[in-house]
Design a protein around this ligand. Sequence first.
Ligand SMILES: C[S@@+](CC[C@H](N)C(=O)[O-])C[C@H]1O[C@@H](n2cnc3c(N)ncnc32)[C@H](O)[C@@H]1O
Length: 535
Amino acid sequence: MDNRTDEGHRPQYPDSRSPRQTTDSYRPGDQQKQRSMDGDAGSDRPSAPVSKRERMQERHQRRKRGRTPPSVFSRRNRSRSPDGSTPRDDRERRRSRSPLAPRSPSPEAPRQRKRPGGGARQGLADRETLRRRQEERERAEQDDALRNSRDRGVTDVVRQHYNAVPERGREWRKTESKIKGLRSFNNWVKSTLIQKFSPDEEFAARFNDTKDWADDSMGPPPIDDKRLLVLDLGCGKGGDLGKWQLAPQTVDLYVGLDPANISIEQAQGRYDQMRSGRGQRGRRPPQPIFHAEFYPKDCFGEWLGDINIIQQVGIDANAGPGGSIMASRYGGGGFDVVTSMFAIHYAFESEEKTRQMLSNVAGCLKKGGRFIGVCPNSDVIAGQVSNFHKKRKEREAAKPAEPEGPEDGEVEEDERASWGNDIYRVQFPGATPEDGVFRPPFGWKYSYFMREAVEEVPEYVVPWEAFRALTEDYNLELQYRKPFLDIWEDEKNDRDLGPLSERMGVRDRATGALAMTEEEKEAVSFYHAFCFYKV
Ligand SMILES: C[S@@+](CC[C@H](N)C(=O)[O-])C[C@H]1O[C@@H](n2cnc3c(N)ncnc32)[C@H](O)[C@@H]1O
């Protein structure tokens, strides 16, 4: 692979890493079609021989004919349904449940004489069975449609919200914004994560070596030129492009995906500006920059293997549970780093989306690749929620008893956990667990507000331990997890990250203190950062 990235020169990525798509994957529609075929097919079969002699003859004929080759349908019959049973088992079960086909106690038992009208009743019963099956099918289709529209509903709300957030200039963010301290701090944390965890192991070892050499008059030894391939899930308006340009190990390719199409256009615009040097302070000549591509994409509801550049770099459809040992040993994607900043909480709407997100992450990462990101910290949410319930109970205990409580299933206004301050607010629309343990770990929706940035958008709790347990299914091993304010304590005196915090306006140069109000500090402490390693 040619690793040079000149202006206007597109790097070529190997085609050999194209994804291995499964061809025999289970599709719910198939089974339904199969069921209706099973249900209907029986009525067309020639009737079975009835007398003992006829049966013997038929058996003899069959022996002579040998085994009948399976038809297309019977081959399909061998496939298993998700509960592990074959459609044949299923048919047997349904047959034995059916009141319409009682078995004779033994083949020798005297045959019942047909009663007049029996055929008509049989026909009616068949029609009844068909009608019931049809109803079941329609109900399943309606449930699917409802679930899809509900999923789409939240994704659309989130997409519309981010599309509508105005793109304010750098100057405004640095001077006019009421949360400029918080903005700078969040950016510093993201830079810190990129600086610490984007280089691969070999590069990191050499890089640390060069740090030790930095004061030496000989200068540091050169570091090899292996470049990074980076995928950003939920890249927004491209706010992290500059941070990737400053990554210790040079970036060769950056792919930015986000369902908000207007944000994607803005990210592309920002990249074009960086590439041309327009809008840079001091009219410096354009700096060489990595190749980048941007696409609108729901990264948690959809598979990423249909994006050309992702296919070219490499995506493994077998990553995750059920993949073979060979696939986990030799498979894998082609990206060095997958990053997702302030976005994975949107996946926790359902287990299906969370698993889709992890399949995409693990499928795209090569072995030894890193998954880095930041998201709301469930320990903070659990603490706030249980504190909320404790206070509520104290209030209730102090109050005289009320004659009537809420109707079944209703949640009283003051039972809805909420907290925050002037710049951020978290509010749960329904009941929350008193102990703060979110079980099952998906679908715990809350509404989040952040001044100037997020207007009451639905988000979902990311219960950390459940998430970490799930990542193991995808060969992702936790390497680092830290709350935002602890990262500051750990890294503020680092020889690179300390001065960077001053340049970014995070630390007051005169006092050395964090340049944030108490309210901003409380708002940033809602988050933590993580790094997983693909093993
Ligand atoms: C708070 S913004 C963060 C943007 C950017 N990562 C940053 O740090 O500046 C959250 C982003 O997540 C994106 N997002 C929401 N749902 C997503 C999904 N299903 N797939 C990918 N991104 C999603 C939103 O469109 C939005 O751009």
